[in-house]
Each structure stands twice: as structure tokens, then as C-alpha cells.
Design a protein around this ligand. Sequence first.
Ligand SMILES: CSC[C@@H](O)[C@@H](O)C(=O)COP(=O)(O)O
Ligand SMILES: [Zn+2]
Length: 202
Amino acid sequence: MTDFAHAVRDILQAGQRMDSRGWVPATAGNISRRLEDGAIAITRSGGHKGFLQADGVITVDMQGRPLRQQDVPSAETLLHCQIYRNDPTAGAVLHGHSVAATVLSMLSADPALVLSDYEVLKVFEGQTTHKTSVSVPVFENDQDIARLAGVVEPFFGRMSAGYIIRGHGVYVWGKNMTTALARLEGLEFLLACELERRKLAR
Ligand SMILES: CSC[C@@H](O)[C@@H](O)C(=O)COP(=O)(O)O
Ligand SMILES: [Zn+2]
């Protein structure tokens, strides 16, 4: 199997998994994988990520330009490229729109969501105990993705659990698709726990 075919398989499987968990409603979400030659395999804009076919995955360069001019990559391609540029270990990037991420990030105007004392925090890089707090930055949503990327840029190097865009969704990455999916699943579990706790505390 070629590197690109392998990446397509990873992306299709990730789309199905995210859809099965309700994290990519309608045409929401986007998925990518770094290729050995330095290009990025990424979902086309506007497709349902649960029903992706091989032709729903295209290639872009590190600046987000499609290698075939006629292809239209994800509207959020620049956020993927930014992650690959800033983290040379990143091999896969996932973006989803869960109910928990959407609602929790709209409950307050806080610039971060702090997750504390959960066993599952150990899914994130460098965490070895539940006796810890992980801060997940929350950025204001913006339809101007280049401008949004500019706001995210200074936070690289201190985002072990990814980040949230307010009222929109999460971005998570890992060295490969398996790790990225585990982080996404861990983060979404924690966000669901937080949402549940806040509802019960009312
Ligand atoms: C269903 S609206 C969601 C989009 O606006 C966007 O946020 C998104 O996640 C998917 O965009 P896409 O261009 O398909 O990658
Ligand atoms: Zn989105």
C-alpha cells in the first residue's frame, strides 16, 4: 500500500469513528494526515465525514495549497498545516464538533477550560497521574481562518490536549492517527464529564 493509500484508509476510518460518536454532524469536521514527502492528505471541503470515499481525500502543501489546482480542500486547512508546521512530531490532525465542546465553550467567556483530577487526563502527553490540571485554550470563533490561526500561533508548545474554538469544536493531533483518535476520545470524554457535572451542580 502506498503512503497516500495508507493515509486515505486512516482518514476514512477516523471519519467513520467520529461519525459513530456524533462528533461530525452534517458536513462538520475535517481530518488530515502528514505524508512522507511532506505534503498533507486532507478531506475535501463540504463532504460528510462519516461517508467519506477515497476521492474525498486530496493533497495540499504545507501552506495549504492543493497539489491539483481544481481540488477544494477543507475550509480549515490552514489550521491543520499550522499544527504540522509547529509540531514536527504531529502525523495526524482531527477536528470535530461535539455537543459537549460546543456547549461547554459557550457557557462562559473564559479563555481556557481547566480539567482537573480525572484519571483520563493521562491520555495526554506528559501526564502520569490524575492529580493534575490540564488547561485547554478556548479561542473565539472566526470565519477568517488565517486570522484565527494567528491567534492560535503563540500557544504552540503548551497545548498538550489540543484546543477548542468557542461554539464550534475541538482540534486535536498526535504522532499518528491512532494517537490522535485516542486523544480526541479522551478529550471528548472529559468534556462530556464536565458538561454533566455542571448540569448536576445547577
Ligand atoms: C457544517 S458547518 C462546519 C464548517 O463550517 C466547518 O467548521 C467544518 O468543520 C467543516 O468544513 P470543511 O470545509 O468541510 O472541512
Ligand atoms: Zn469546524
